[in-house]
Design a protein around this ligand. Structure first.
Ligand code: 5GP
Length: 185
């Protein structure tokens, strides 16, 4: 607990510490550097949840990548998926012939990324890889091949390190389980 102590009071427990995150992101950066050696992939940040992970990750990768940003519809202020995926803000540049890396905060039902994978295949990307900070395999509703995941977590609603509840908690440096009293009323 430190300067964010106010926010920590709403957590049931801390699930992944900032030290564990930093170590895993560094290792993932090394793997992606190897994978894309000699290439110039485009790393796509799925906003807003992946923003903190994305900015840390790209600085651990030593290839001449480019970045782009996309906003897709997600949970709003609820903690359950709507099952509807909508592109709210699209990319700035086309991805034809590019190696695309989709960077997501968390894969839950898998519906968002399974939809986006199809979108990028239709846009004639050379390849589409999926990178996620967190994975909740127990919650999967569609088949999805996740190429890189930093942490598998249990079925609980988590916040911090970019992940929100009702737009809050993104600035927590660690990842924690939100206390149900926050969203049960
Ligand atoms: P999926 O389409 O895989 O069900 O959902 C992916 C999106 O749901 C994530 O990008 C994230 O916005 C949201 N989500 C799923 N589980 C959680 C969670 O535990 N905490 C937060 N903050 N968002 C989640």
């Amino acid at each position: 607990m430190d300067t964010n102590a106010v926010l920590y009071q709403d957590l049931e427990k801390i699930l992944v510490t900032r030290e564990e995150i930093a170590k895993s992101v560094k290792e993932l950066g090394q793997k992606l550097t190897e994978k894309f050696r000699g290439e110039s992939p485009v790393f796509i940040c799925i906003l807003k949840g992946a923003s903190v992970f994305f900015t840390d990750l790209i600085r651990e990768i030593d290839v001449p990548l480019t970045t782009d940003f996309m906003v897709v519809s997600s949970y709003g202020s609820s903690t359950k998926t709507t099952g509807v995926v909508k592109i709210v803000k699209d990319l700035d540049k086309p991805v034809v012939g590019k190696h695309v890396v989709l960077v997501e905060d968390i894969v839950d039902s898998g519906m968002t990324l399974s939809y986006l994978k199809k979108v990028f295949a239709n846009r004639e990307a050379a390849s589409v890889s999926i990178v996620t900070l967190l994975d909740k395999p127990a919650r999967r509703r569609v088949e999805l091949n996740v190429d890189y995941s930093c942490f598998n977590i249990p079925d609980a609603f988590v916040v911090g390190y970019g992940l929100d509840y009702d737009e809050k908690y993104r600035n927590l440096p660690d990842i924690g389980v939100l206390h149900p009293r926050i969203y049960e009323n």
